[in-house]
Design a protein around this ligand. Structure first.
Ligand code: ZN
Ligand code: ZN
Length: 718
């Protein structure tokens, strides 16, 4: 026989919890149901066989009070209106010996190990060796749980035989307790009292071993009263609480903004009683632990899960390491608690208890006697988004869920939404080092644009009208290296912008579109993409083996780890090839130069002149380009813009017109061809192509879906 070491005892008096009792005599209003209880457990066990003897005895004494705030309505219905406060003391006495003939004797004593939360505690065991024998090393054992014992619960898993008997006693306890309780319900000041006694003895045998004799008992006395509480503990938010929105600091360890809340003890009857002094226990519950300070900062591998809202220790309050609990040390009638935000989406609930004149009181929000927790920030529609922001954004009344992804401006796309849930829009992003919350009224498209191509085109005098933000009507935001998960394939969690997420309010992993320029004279297939192509699409052959980049102005390279052409998720990379724009311009100028009278009748001229004539036209074209630098520049940037916007359209799911050079002239998806008669006065086609292509068309005219490019757009990766 050897002792198992430690027992976890969980005291819970909820056997009487939340009783819907009817007490017709109790006046309506606020009351407290008070349970005063003393419970004594004893356990003894003995075991012996020749040369070996085991004896153990332990007593656990629990006494204290549970107070439930109660409400009585006019029909006399009495029910708990909030969580109970508990205040118990627990003491432990006991010892044991185990003597083995050949090894000697070991002795131990029980103690109550501290440091456990709430009303749970451990039984610890101190061992002392005698006669050279101990099952364990000498000294105190640390309070680690070996076996859990839930004294008032259904489960008991004993480490010592004595507890088997205790368990048996407890199994019978419910009946005993109910049998002895008496309620006097005919007085306004209701009270009840009672006692219970349960006993048990066990005779445990095992094959080849001597029987264990084990006895246990449990004895309890209790009383229940309904009192008028003497004090009110009030949580008073600041005047501008309804405007408060959490903000982070520069990083996760730097405090952001704070909210200062006052706690106050008030006498229930202010005319007769002076306000009491007391100490406050402060807790934050259900606090958010989103990684990072916003959706994409800091980088994923640097983000931590610290609590986003913490009690500030600076105001005379002792605060636990994690900032989630604290207490005042000196009795006072009032105190201030500062809550600090470490995240742009921080949330939590403040709960307060005060001990006044030896009694514990649960705090409630000022003016709201049934509101025990102050929800921070103010969030009456309970989606963990500050109501202040929802009101600013005009969506408060819609009571949208946190993962709502139904933004519908611009509208009439293939899908609503842009992949960023409502809570994520509110929690916000960092774009090129600047923090921003996203509106719930605009679609956002994210672009990784290391060459600043999309960005500069959107600002250029000539290019702006055909640039992506103007043509798409979507808000375009640019991410830097650390502000997304980096280039690459979706199956490796690359290209994601909302990566700092616990999953709360997360509609989908939304991807950015990468746009780069290739300024080499000979364009190259992006090597990373070609590897993907070889492994996924072509059975090992390089894309260039069967395709050419000759005369290609831009390319959208699909992500073959996804289901195919659809939204940014499916877009591995976009490449734009500026040198080929120069070639294209020259070809158009040559085409129109043939329209000069000197060349118009060609090839009616003798074929022998052909070579000379072509050289002459080319020279004239080059001279024209050199003589008209502004017009050439206009053509260059307009074309760069419409091609880039064409490729971005692919990135959002738009397919080519069919045939590619047909359909609306103004649509950036329509391929250029020699669409106009030769005109030496408009050799850059700035007049013929006016307006320069600047829409995703909404026309049935030769579009892939037969309705228009616009209707193919899908921004969300849902
Ligand atoms: Zn295309
Ligand atoms: Zn179109």
């Amino acid at each position: 026989m050897t002792r198992s070491v430690l027992l976890l005892v969980c005291i819970s008096f909820l056997g009487l919890g939340r009783p819907p009792l009817t007490f017709g005599q109790i006046p309506p209003g606020k009351h407290e149901l008070v349970l005063n209880a003393t419970v004594i457990y004893t356990g003894d066990s003995h075991w012996s066989q020749p040369g070996e003897q085991y004896d153990e005895s332990v007593t656990v004494n629990v006494s204290g009070t549970t107070r439930w705030p109660m409400s009585v309505d006019w029909s006399g219905y009495l029910a708990p209106s909030g969580p109970p406060t508990k205040d118990y003391t627990i003491s432990v006495e006991g010892y044991g010996t185990d003597a083995l003939e050949f090894l000697g004797t070991s002795k131990w004593s029980f103690y109550r190990a501290s440091g456990w939360q709430d009303q749970d505690f451990f039984l610890g065991v101190n061992f002392s060796a005698q006669d050279g024998y101990a099952d364990f090393e000498e000294g105190s054992f640390p309070p680690i749980a070996v076996d859990g014992v839930d004294v008032f619960g259904d489960e008991i898993d004993s480490g010592g035989w004595g507890y088997e008997a205790l368990h048996d006693a407890w199994v019978n306890w419910d009946e005993v307790k109910n049998g002895r309780m008496t309620f006097a319900t005919n007085a306004p000041q209701i009270s009840a009292s009672g006692q219970g006694l349960a006993q048990s003895s066990l005779h445990i045998t095992a094959p080849g071993a001597a029987p264990v004799q084990s006895q246990g008992s449990m004895q309890a006395t209790f009383s229940i009263t309904v009192d008028e509480p003497e004090f009110d503990v009030v949580i008073i938010p600041p005047d501008d609480f309804d405007q408060w929105i959490p903000q982070a600091g520069a990083d996760e360890k730097t405090p952001g903004n704070s909210l200062v809340v006052q706690l106050e003890i008030r006498a229930k009857d202010a005319t007769n009683a002076p306000a009491g002094q007391g100490t406050f226990e402060i807790n934050l519950l259900n606090t958010s632990q989103e990684p990072g300070i916003c959706l994409n900062f800091p980088a994923m591998d640097q983000a931590t899960l610290d609590y986003d809202l913490q009690i500030d220790g600076a105001s005379g309050i002792q605060v636990a390491e994690d900032g989630q609990s604290g207490q005042t040390t000196n009795a006072a009638q009032s105190c201030f608690v500062s809550l600090t935000s470490y995240d742009y989406g921080a949330y939590g609930q403040l709960r307060v208890q005060a001990t006044v004149q030896g009694k514990k009181y649960m705090g409630h929000v000022d003016g709201q006697p049934d509101q025990y927790d102050l929800t921070v920030p103010l969030d009456d529609n309970q989606n963990h988004i500050a109501d202040a922001w929802e009101k600013q954004m005009g969506v408060y009344d819609q009571n949208l869920p946190p993962d709502w992804d139904e933004v519908d401006y611009p509208s009439d796309h293939k899908s609503t939404g842009d992949g960023i849930g409502l809570y994520e829009r509110y929690r916000g992003f960092q774009f090129q080092g600047l923090y921003e919350r996203l509106t719930p009224t605009n679609k956002y498209v994210f672009v990784y644009d290391p060459d600043d191509l999309v960005k500069n085109l959107a600002q250029g005098h000539y290019s702006q009208g055909s640039s992506f933000p103007v043509v798409s009507g979507c808000r375009t935001r640019f991410v830097e290296d650390d502000e997304w998960t980096g280039p690459g394939k979706a199956s490796a969690f690359r290209r994601v912008v909302n990566f700092n997420s616990s999953g709360f309010g997360h509609a989908v992993d939304q991807h950015a579109i990468q746009v780069i320029m290739d300024i080499e004279d000979t364009p190259e297939v992006p090597p990373d993409w070609d590897n993907l192509w070889k492994s996924k699409a072509s059975g090992g052959q390089s894309w260039s083996a069967t395709n050419s980049l000759q005369n290609v102005l831009g390319m959208t390279w699909p992500d073959y780890t996804t289901s195919g052409f659809d939204s940014p998720l499916n877009t591995f990379l976009i490449t734009i090839y500026p040198p080929l724009f120069e070639t294209e311009i020259r070809n158009y100028v040559i085409y129109h130069t043939w329209g000069l009278p000197a060349y118009t009748n060609y090839p009616a001229s003798p074929p022998a002149d052909q070579q000379n004539m072509e050289s002459a036209v080319a020279a004239a074209a080059d001279a024209y380009i050199a003589a008209n630098p502004d017009a050439k520049k206009e053509r260059y940037f307009k074309r760069l813009a419409d091609v880039t916007t064409h490729e971005m359209g692919h990135g959002l799911g738009i397919r080519h017109h069919a045939p590619t050079g047909a359909g609306e002239m103004e649509c950036v998806l329509r391929y250029f061809d020699f669409d106009f008669p030769r005109n030496p006065n408009d050799r850059f086609e700035l007049t013929a192509r006016s307006p320069w292509p600047d829409i995703y068309c909404r026309s049935a005219d030769h579009t892939a879906n037969g309705r228009g490019c616009w209707y193919e757009i899908k921004v969300t990766d849902r």
